[in-house]
Design a protein. Structure first.
Length: 106
């Protein structure tokens, strides 16, 4: 959510939704930021990786946030998906099982 705010221009919308879906929780975060190229998406979850987009308010970026999110999601047997293209914003969807002992099989 902080990246959606950090990389979206002032006056745009960041939408957050959480819902139960079967035996999973699904978190959607959508922004109206610059979006990402396919090359940026390939690097997205690497530690200390900074992509081509720059924060809109001059905030600092370490390149660790999404790498940490990915490790947490993986530890909870979940998955994270990204839908993004240059000029059309980004949508991140995190799906995790509702039970800590339940495993999701792909």
């Amino acid at each position: 959510m902080s990246n959606a705010i950090k990389f979206s221009p002032p006056g745009t919308t960041v939408a957050v939704a959480l819902r139960a879906e079967g035996e999973s929780f699904v978190l959607d975060v959508r922004d109206q930021g610059p979006g990402m190229s396919e090359d940026d998406r390939k690097l997205l979850f690497r530690s200390f990786q900074k992509l081509s987009a720059r924060p809109t308010g001059g905030e600092k970026s370490t390149g660790l946030g999404l790498a940490i999110v990915k490790k947490i999601v993986d530890a909870h047997h979940g998955r994270i998906e990204v839908d993004s293209a240059p000029g059309r914003g980004s949508r991140f969807t995190v799906t995790t099982p509702t039970s800590a002992t339940q495993e999701v099989h792909s």
